[in-house]
Design a protein around this ligand. Structure first.
Ligand SMILES: Cc1cc2nc3c(=O)[nH]c(=O)nc-3n(C[C@H](O)[C@H](O)[C@H](O)COP(=O)(O)O)c2cc1C
Length: 216
């Protein structure tokens, strides 16, 4: 099997969490001879090649981050340039996000089913997973802890040509956090989280407090 992979993030490859996820995912995907080619939506110079590859390939995987509860605008702009295929092409998706609960990605997932139909293709499932904010901030083992599990999902995709298995559904984790976890997270975000985010923002050149309201 050969797979066309499209990273739908508007972030350049170097800073894209989706790209780090795909690095691990493709390790598992290619273990048993499955081949792939990967393109980046963030690089408009690639769009013509992506379009050509979309019409030439039967197995397509679009990996995308959730941006404002939805599909990123730049990816949408690209998708609107495609014509429906009606030739048995399968499209699967990796839908990943910052916030951790599966429930907040379900609206995006429902849209991806509609999108597949509009493109005249067969829906091959969506791998739904949140809790990926930290990928960009971490290096080495810490990053691998978040991205490593995607290698197994790569194997699963290669074996099933999609994400419709129970294993992939279970990969989402909590649909909604239980009450005690929500309470704990609230405390963590108001204490350690606040200190961490302040430190990160200073590293990026931010000079004002995180709750600064210049227009108030
Ligand atoms: C403008 C913007 C909007 C975002 N909106 C959401 C959101 O609605 N829900 C969420 O869980 N994460 C949201 N995120 C977090 C991203 O989905 C998350 O960090 C993802 O891993 C980014 O992947 P990328 O670096 O490949 O773009 C948003 C990030 C940005 C920059």
């Amino acid at each position: 099997m050969h797979v066309l992979i499209i990273n739908g993030s508007p972030r350049v490859k170097q800073f894209s969490n989706t790209d780090k996820i795909l690095t691990k995912f493709t390790e598992g995907l290619s273990e048993n001879g499955t081949t792939y080619e990967q393109f980046e939506i963030s690089d408009k110079k690639q769009w013509e090649d992506i379009r050509r590859a979309y019409y030439a390939n039967d197995n397509i995987l679009i990996a995308l981050p959730l941006y404002v509860e939805c599909i990123p605008g730049l990816l949408m702009e690209f998708l609107e340039t495609l014509s429906p295929k009606n030739d048995g092409t399968k499209i699967a998706y990796i839908l990943q996000s910052g916030f951790a609960e599966g429930i907040q990605l379900r609206c995006g997932e429902a849209y991806l089913k509609i999108l597949t139909k509009n493109l005249g293709c067969e829906y091959a499932g969506t791998l739904v997973k949140g809790d990926n904010f930290s990928i960009r901030f971490f290096e080495g083992n810490m990053r691998d802890k978040v991205t490593g599990p995607y290698t197994e999902m790569g194997r699963e995709y290669a074996a099933k040509a999609g994400f419709e298995s129970d294993k992939c559904r279970a990969f989402t984790g909590y649909e909604i956090f239980p009450a005690h976890m929500r309470l704990m997270l609230r405390i963590v975000f108001r204490t350690i989280g606040r200190v961490m985010f302040t430190r990160i923002s200073r590293g990026w050149g931010c000079t004002k407090p995180l709750d600064h309201r210049p227009y108030q």
